[in-house]
Design a protein around this ligand. Structure first.
Ligand SMILES: O=C(O)c1ccccc1NCC(=O)[C@H](O)[C@H](O)COP(=O)(O)O
Length: 214
């Protein structure tokens, strides 16, 4: 029996990645606007990729503590279905962004220890989705996409009143175990489906979906 797991493939940088993600069965694709990321896209490149995404696959922007001018330009240029906030945006800022852009917001919370879990409850009050990711390792130069996992036992059996995704160091080799350990119905992956930073691999994308869905 297969598992009904929805998959977000984050940090697509090429048009051919869109075809590969769609063929593999992604439910969401992520477009990265963090300038220090190997997955960073200019607005024009992001628009071209977003316009190629088939109906039914949600297009998600990823920003880190972006100001209104940045988000204005982004939402005016790129067709989007959801905004992923991957910085230290406050709950009030989440509310403000939801109201200003009229798009669902997914707030990322980095987890390293049990004390980090309370932030999930805070954002569950205001966001449309949660993304439960690993906290970046010390010295990392970006807050996500670092190919590190957290201890899945920390959220085993935890449920929130809104949809949520599991992320952090997921690969075709470990995603089935991660789903079983946490009960996640949605997962997010960046590094684990790449042949090099920012370069997705169609075979790994297919293998990831097969492993996640069983
Ligand atoms: O991918 C990046 O370079 C990145 C940069 C800045 C903030 C977030 C970033 N990626 C976030 C993602 O959505 C990743 O899918 C998530 O953190 C998991 O990444 P990975 O462990 O590489 O699968």
């Amino acid at each position: 029996m297969t598992r009904d797991i929805r998959i977000k493939m984050c940090g697509l940088t090429r048009l051919k990645d869109v075809d590969a993600a769609a063929d593999a069965g992604a439910a969401y694709i992520g477009l990265n606007f963090f300038a220090r990321s190997p997955r960073y896209l200019t607005l024009d490149a992001a628009r071209e990729i977003a316009q190629a995404v088939p109906e039914g696959i949600a297009k998600v922007s990823l920003t880190v503590d972006a100001d209104n001018a940045t988000l204005d330009a982004l939402t005016e240029t790129v067709p989007l279905d959801m905004l992923q906030l991957h910085g230290s945006e406050s709950a009030a800022r989440v509310v403000e962004i939801k109201a200003r852009y009229g798009l669902p917001v997914m707030k990322v919370v980095g987890i390293a220890e049990a004390a980090d879990l309370t932030r999930l409850d805070t954002y569950a009050q205001v966001a449309d989705q949660l993304l439960v990711d690993a906290k970046p390792p010390k010295g990392a130069d970006r807050p996500g996409g670092n190919a590190v996992s957290f201890d899945w036992a920390l959220i085993a059996g935890r449920r929130w009143s809104l949809p949520w995704m599991l992320a952090g160091g997921l690969t075709p080799q470990n995603v089935a175990e991660a789903v079983c350990a946490t009960g996640a119905r949605q997962v997010d992956v960046a590094s684990g489906i790449e042949q090099a930073p920012g370069i997705k691999d169609a075979d790994l994308m297919r293998a990831f979906v097969q492993a996640a869905q069983g």
